[in-house]
Design a protein around this ligand. Structure first.
Ligand code: TEU
Ligand code: CA
Length: 541
């Protein structure tokens, strides 16, 4: 009997970074009407939900993750009317929209902070975190997480830039105001939220417990009770610091505080442990596979996974985990091994056409995190070349270059020079080209997503690594009552022989080149394939 599947479990989510998606009024900046003009393209891919990065009023110190008014739209993106029009057009195309909720901090230009700074007695003072003396907590964007305010002779806390003061979630009045903001947007008809660094709202400064702090569950339960309960919406919490076990608690379907979370265990495997993202380490595929296996098993029984390899903070997937000499094949391979797992797929704009990272001159970079890191590492004595290597590998601007629509000037993103340079490879990598080619990355993603929706084994099949210790092949099997799939992905530029004889009765649903013979499997470079059987031969083996 088919199990009921919540819509957000089967949904294909597509993340749009509005600054870089499509410019409709030729000011070099992406905007709401630009997104509106491309809804047909998004729908054609097979997308069910659009996750829109912030478009609220903001001074753009952190490209909108520094909000100065939650209830108005930043004019560089458009008007509230254009936002309402976009929501309604998304719904008319039978898609949904979730917005990005950034409530760990506000902009320092938010009215609350402008008030709070005026005096220690100000009614808004306690909406933020003030101390006479700083402790040694560092900001994610380099430097101390404290900035001195001479008006009141105290320091205020900011885990990100000094223009992003952390909110004091221990203040009940503040929390009530945040819940009102959430309900304002839900009542406007959006279908849920991606909650920015929501693992941080439970922080305790004195014990320096920042992620997964002592108050986290209390506040998530409150938010669920006052905002989400009883609504047919979807919530995904960005929780970089959460353990896999805690992730399964938070998303436990018996009592889900959030439907799912972005957990980052698989994202930190190409950095030296404990040294942060910029100190690089070669990815070990066996480690990569075992982290996914842990996530699949931990969140299989009770929770629910989010499946992502990239977003607006991460490098481009094919540049980071694939091979640019096999750009098309490895883009398809990465999508196959990722999106055939249990969980909701999150596709980042441009991933579906294999957009790549960039190697710009320092002056071309815009991201505050990158520019602050450059100055910090230069002071530490690292060479310019060494620092640029880290920026090429992990800089967030890799994924923020304008979307490559076609091979006209500025890649069809705008008719004027965009806020950040277009990747020079737009002449051969663009959506127009992919839409025309049958074997394009776009058309492969489209086929993969439609296959995913056809078979229940993708929703509830178990997950078992095959040859877990193989250092170049990522192979796994998923089975449920009467279906089984075998998913094969090669991370090698060499041919590899492997014994898959026991799967010889499976037939190929999709592959990135001529299917292989499972009787005598010779796996071509960066091959991927999804093999299927109706009778379930192996569930109990
Ligand atoms: O990112 C949170 C976060 O963990 C960042 O430290 C991110 O992982 C890092 O920048 C990777 O290099 C969220 C948003 O996604 C990010 O764009 C914002 O800059 C940040 O919070 C502050 O709102
Ligand atoms: Ca514009």
């Amino acid at each position: 009997m088919e199990k009921k599947v919540d819509w957000w479990k089967k949904a294909i989510v597509y993340q749009i970074y509005p600054l870089s998606f499509k410019d409709s009024n030729q000011d070099g900046i992406g905007d709401l009407n630009g997104i509106n003009s491309q809804l047909g393209y998004i729908k054609n891919l097979g997308v069910d939900v659009i996750w829109l990065s912030p478009v609220y009023q903001s001074p753009m110190d952190d490209n909108g993750y520094d909000i100065s008014d939650y209830l108005s739209i930043n004019p560089i993106f458009g008007t509230m009317e254009e936002m309402e029009n976009l929501i309604s057009n998304i719904h008319k195309r039978d898609m949904k929209i979730i917005m990005d909720l950034v409530v760990n901090h506000t902009s320092d230009e938010h009215q609350w902070f402008i008030e709070a700074k005026k005096s220690k007695k100000n009614p808004f003072r306690d909406y933020y975190i003030w101390r006479d003396q700083p402790n040694q907590i560092e900001s994610v964007f380099s430097g101390p997480a404290w900035t001195y305010d001479e008006t009141t002779n105290q320091y205020y806390f900011h885990l990100f830039s000094k223009k992003q003061p952390d909110l004091n979630w221990q203040n009940t009045e503040l929390r009530t105001k945040v819940y009102r903001i959430i309900n304002y947007w839900l009542d406007k008809g959006i279908d849920g939220f991606r909650l920015d660094v929501i693992d941080l709202i439970g922080k305790d400064i004195e014990s320096m417990k920042l992620s997964d702090g002592p108050y986290l569950n209390q506040y998530l339960e409150e938010m669920y009770h006052y905002c989400f309960k009883g609504r047919d919406i979807m919530t995904v919490g960005e929780m970089p610091g959460l353990s896999i076990e805690r992730a399964s608690e938070i998303t436990n379907q018996e009592k889900p505080l959030l439907n799912m979370i972005f957990q980052f265990s698989h994202i930190s495997l190409d950095e030296q442990p404990g040294q942060g993202k910029w100190v690089l380490k070669k990815l070990n595929l066996v480690e990569f596979k075992s982290v996914f296996e842990k996530l699949q098993k931990a969140l299989f029984e009770k929770g629910w996974n989010s499946l992502f390899l990239t977003n607006h903070d991460q490098p481009r997937a094919v540049s980071r985990f694939g091979n640019l000499s096999y750009r098309k094949k490895s883009s398809k391979m990465l999508a196959t091994i990722l999106y055939c797992m249990q969980g909701t797929p999150y596709v980042y704009q441009g991933e579906e056409i294999g957009m790549t990272g960039v190697k710009y001159k320092l002056s071309q970079y815009k991201d505050i995190e990158t520019l602050n890191m450059y100055n910090e590492y230069l002071k530490k004595g690292l060479s310019h070349e060494k620092i640029m290597e880290s920026i090429y590998a992990k800089g967030r601007d890799n994924s923020r270059t304008p979307f490559q629509w076609d091979d006209t000037a500025y890649a069809g993103f705008s008719k004027v020079e965009p806020w950040i340079d277009v990747n020079p490879n737009y002449l051969e990598i663009n959506a127009k080209k992919d839409l025309k080619e049958d074997d394009s990355i776009f058309n492969y993603f489209k086929e993969l997503f439609s296959i995913r929706k056809k078979y229940q084994v993708f929703d509830y099949g178990s997950f078992e690594l095959i040859y877990p210790d193989h250092s170049q092949l990522f192979i796994y099997q998923r089975t449920n009552q009467n279906e089984s799939i075998l998913v094969i992905g090669s991370f090698s530029d060499k041919e590899i022989e492997v014994d898959l004889l026991k799967y010889e009765k499976y037939h190929c649903l999709l592959s990135n080149e001529d299917t292989i013979n499972l009787k005598h499997a010779v796996i071509p470079p960066y091959y991927c394939g999804i093999y299927y059987t109706k009778e379930n031969h192996y569930a109990n083996h």
